[in-house]
Design a binder for this molecule. Sequence first.
Ligand SMILES: Nc1ncnc2c1ncn2[C@@H]1O[C@H](COP(=O)(O)OP(=O)(O)OP(=O)(O)O)[C@@H](O)[C@H]1O
Ligand SMILES: [Mg+2]
Length: 426
Amino acid sequence: MTRQGGPVENASGLGDAFSAQDHVFSKKELLDVGYVPDPSHIVARNEEIRRLATALNPAITGDDPSNVFLYGKTGTGKSLCARYTTNRIVAAASENDVTVGRVIVDCSQENTETRAVRATARGLNDPEETDVTVPESGYGRSRYYSLLWEVLDDRFDVAFVVLDEIDCLDGTDFLMQLSRATEAKKLRHCSVGIVGISNKIKYRDRLEERVKSSLQERELVFTPYDREALREIVRSRLDAFDSGVLSDDAVSECASLAAEEHGDARKAINLLRHTGELAANEGADTITADHVREARTLAERDRVRALLAGATAQQKAALLSVVSLALVEKTRTFKTAEVYAAYEDICADAGLETLSKRRVHDLLREWEFLEVLEIERTGDGRARGSYLQHRLLEDPSVVRSVFDQSDRFAGVGFTSGTVTTTWSNI
Ligand SMILES: Nc1ncnc2c1ncn2[C@@H]1O[C@H](COP(=O)(O)OP(=O)(O)OP(=O)(O)O)[C@@H](O)[C@H]1O
Ligand SMILES: [Mg+2]
């Protein structure tokens, strides 16, 4: 439908931005963050799924499943495999006339014991079946526990409680209560299997002995995907695009870039979506490796822009010193002395007060916290002791281009390129 004379029609240079059709996507939702691929599209995780299923499958005959904890870096398919495997077991049990329940609790949201119990009870309840209502607020923790036990015994032979991002949960009391519910006679009939998920590999070290002893959990570690697996994962979303649009080169480039960045499938899929959007905006008929690289640069630039928007002038000067060094020296790693010398030049150039070495160190630590830098203490032979190495994690030319769009720092750099300061060991 077209309407004449509206403001959009009069705006120039908007191209096809408001048209519904493009020649790139056919099912863009396959690239949504929350999209759960169908099982035939889960790639390179057969072994993990098999081991998880082995731990949980006693539930199919109504027996006690093991507790399992899944560890691994972000984007390695932990949540996906947990969701898929528990789904399959619920379905297989039902064919056996065994009722298995499953709830997924996002502990980054439900991060206190009370919230977690309430979310578990609400997620597993069906008021029509149990005549129990689990209110969203107003009850104390023990009341929510009573409701949870009542719902579990009423509805299920076995229930899986999947605690995603479990490291965000305060304390371990919920784990204790769940794992001891049968022993403590809170549950008469239903048994509970806990599936904990975390990208903090050291989470287990935080658990007290008494918790470990009552969980007796098995552990599964998800390693980062390699380039080949990422290529398969990207290819598995091919149906998101009109046929023939996504070139093999683009698939390989997407996989290579994501493999460089810790083998994260989420990054690969996000990059694919951004690339498709870019190509669609250009009105392109095929997606090339160039589109992928361009999309990555745009995404990085957006991320850097957002980080810089929240930074003070001094924070920016500290970062710019590392970035300028990286551009001049063509390497990414620098000692404190080099960074500080560059920082002094940059402050002079930008008309900023020069802060002490220690303050600048604190500012650099803030960039480290934001994962823009990595700071490590290292050795340089016995005579000179250890010193700090600052490694830039972002592409320096991308960061520089964002600085060049800002008033104060456009064109600001350091002049000497040679390091005169000799102190170290801060
Ligand atoms: N093996 C795979 N095959 C197909 N798609 C995958 C695979 N692994 C992950 N994905 C997709 O990548 C994205 C990230 O996966 P998932 O959410 O399972 O990662 P995660 O390990 O739980 O990460 P986080 O620790 O950040 O929560 C999801 O969109 C998921 O569908
Ligand atoms: Mg996850």
